[in-house]
Write a protein that binds this ligand. Structure first.
Ligand SMILES: O=C(O)C(=O)C[C@]1(C(=O)O)C=C[C@@H](O)C=C1
Length: 174
């Protein structure tokens, strides 16, 4: 039940009851690097409000079908989008300052969005299966600290991705 439906095995296994959810959040942050690579130097803006609306529409629909509160699920995904843009902005700044670090191949944004859509489904499944632990404020806070702390170390997250992870998990226990 913990296996993401993406077919891509999670390379790192964050600890505790929120470990799988956190692994998926980190996976979505890593996909942000690919989004940035798809857009950098093309003139495509980081912000795409139309696409954001599509993501949130999918979230509300699937959340309702799972018996999750659609607005809470949407709030969680608004944080995922904010975190994604935080990574994109950081990478744009890095690549502008150090062109030698900029990606040399440009991934296809359409394919990346298909991956993001699959991650949406996987993340909603994890929101569903962690409802009980997330409802207990103290337990949730402890589990989230364990999960994010281990994810940072196991995934060797840099400062940019650590900060984005903080943004992305801020409503997990709310
Ligand atoms: O799909 C994109 O173009 C992205 O940049 C990804 C994403 C997201 O996190 O889903 C983030 C920012 C955009 O405003 C729209 C969506």
């Amino acid at each position: 039940a913990d296996t993401p439906a993406t077919g891509v095995p999670a390379p790192h296994k964050a600890f505790g009851r929120l470990g799988t959810l956190t692994d998926l959040v980190v996976e979505r942050l890593r996909v942000s690097d690919d989004v940035a690579a798809a857009k950098f130097g093309t003139g495509s803006p980081i912000d795409d409000p139309t696409r954001e609306q599509q993501v949130l529409d999918q979230v509300r629909q699937q959340a309702g079908a799972l018996g999750l509160d659609p607005e809470q699920a949407a709030a969680f995904f608004e944080d995922q989008i904010t975190a994604n843009k935080q990574v994109q902005r950081g990478l744009f700044a890095r690549w502008t300052a150090h062109p030698g670090e900029a990606p040399t191949t440009r991934p296809d944004l359409g394919e990346i969005r298909t991956r993001l859509d699959r991650l949406t489904t996987d993340l909603l499944g994890q929101l569903k299966s962690t409802v009980d632990v997330r409802a207990k404020r103290t337990a949730c806070t402890v589990q989230l600290a364990v999960a994010t702390g281990s994810a940072v170390v196991l995934g060797r997250l840099d400062a940019l991705h650590r900060e984005a992870l903080d943004t992305a998990v801020q409503s997990v226990c709310a």
